[in-house]
Design a protein around this ligand. Structure first.
Ligand SMILES: CC(C)(COP(=O)(O)OP(=O)(O)OC[C@H]1O[C@@H](n2cnc3c(N)ncnc32)[C@H](O)[C@@H]1OP(=O)(O)O)[C@@H](O)C(=O)NCCC(=O)NCCS
Length: 178
């Protein structure tokens, strides 16, 4: 897969440092746009998931995209093994990707793609056969990214969730074919 050139030239993806966990929590909140005027606010459980980057690092691999010129953190993703306390979709031999988020002002530069690339590399290194992730059924921007990247929608793995929870679309990527 080809990472858009702009992201390769201007950003790196690496593990978050412990000293950055608070900043990554803030980055995740902003990456989902909750700081924007009129934005829908997360419930308490979701808010804790977004801001508690330390818990995500403990449960799996917490990655960040860093602007190589300014040092600013622009995006993040968490890579969770099957059985992780924060994994909600992964089956055996699968790795789960959660909380992919890029700051609104840094989107459409290839950072989401670059973060997915590093997630794939980690999953392969961990011996996984497949990556699974979910996203809101109405989140067409992320679904477009996932499908373009090679993920396939899996309605067979989608379960109804009680309102007011957002319904989830599930996607998988077979690593052998990526
Ligand atoms: C989804 C998200 C991570 C994408 O990050 P990004 O850095 O903008 O993505 P990229 O620049 O790597 O996009 C690569 C390609 O994916 C597709 N894509 C990405 N965002 C898209 C959007 N909003 N609408 C349509 N296509 C999109 C495009 O094909 C894009 O290539 P292009 O810009 O040349 O057309 C970002 O929009 C985001 O953080 N959204 C809020 C949080 C979220 O929804 N997370 C995922 C669900 S858990």
């Amino acid at each position: 897969m080809t990472v858009p050139t702009q992201a390769l030239e201007t950003a790196i993806v690496r593990r978050a440092r412990e000293s950055e966990y608070e900043a990554v929590g803030e980055l995740t909140f902003r990456g989902f746009g909750h700081h924007l005027a009129g934005a829908r606010q997360p419930d308490a459980e979701r808010l804790n998931l977004l801001v508690n980057a330390r818990a995500r690092a403990a449960a799996g691999e917490l990655l960040v995209a860093e602007d190589t010129t300014t040092g600013e953190l622009l995006g993040t993703v968490t890579v969770l093994p099957h059985g992780s306390s924060l994994a909600r979709q992964a089956e055996p031999r699968e790795v789960e990707v959660r909380l992919l988020a890029v700051l609104p002002e840094a989107r459409r530069r290839g950072l989401g793609w670059l973060l997915l690339d590093r997630a794939s590399e980690l999953a392969v290194a961990q011996g996984a056969e497949r990556i699974v992730l979910d996203t809101g059924v109405d989140n067409h921007g992320s679904q477009n990214l996932y499908e373009r990247y090679g993920y396939v929608r899996r309605p067979d793995r989608e379960k109804p969730r009680p309102a007011p929870k957002v319904q989830l679309a599930v996607f998988t990527l077979d690593l052998a074919s990526s």
